[in-house]
Design a protein around this ligand. Sequence first.
Ligand code: SF4
Ligand code: SF4
Length: 115
Amino acid sequence: MREARCYTATMTFAYDCRACSACCRDGSDGRIGVSAEDIVRWKRIGRADIAQGLVPGHFGVQAFPARDDGACVHLGTAQNPHDCSIYEIRGSVCHQLQPGEPQCLAYRRVAGLPT
Ligand code: SF4
Ligand code: SF4
């Protein structure tokens, strides 16, 4: 996970992914897609189980399955409910989303978190 700081005239705060996970909690209906390259990569490193658990996603791609509460099944560890349990090998979409970028802020607004 990454951290980005936002500076305005009146406030300074960090977009701390490890205290957020809003983007990982919007995974119902196949919304968190994975790429064909991700699937090849997981199989190559012996994690075919991740590929086998995928579900049909939007725009014809495969996606991470979601829990009943809508969160990605890989969200949460024994140490932190906001951590990704497959962080080092997470999907490329997860890797590309940067804290503080517009899509991140949209997720945070929906989750009722400060932007
Ligand atoms: S919504 Fe933004 S701050 Fe929150 S976990 Fe995702 S990238 Fe990080
Ligand atoms: S794989 Fe990890 S980073 Fe990606 S949506 Fe699931 S919990 Fe979040």
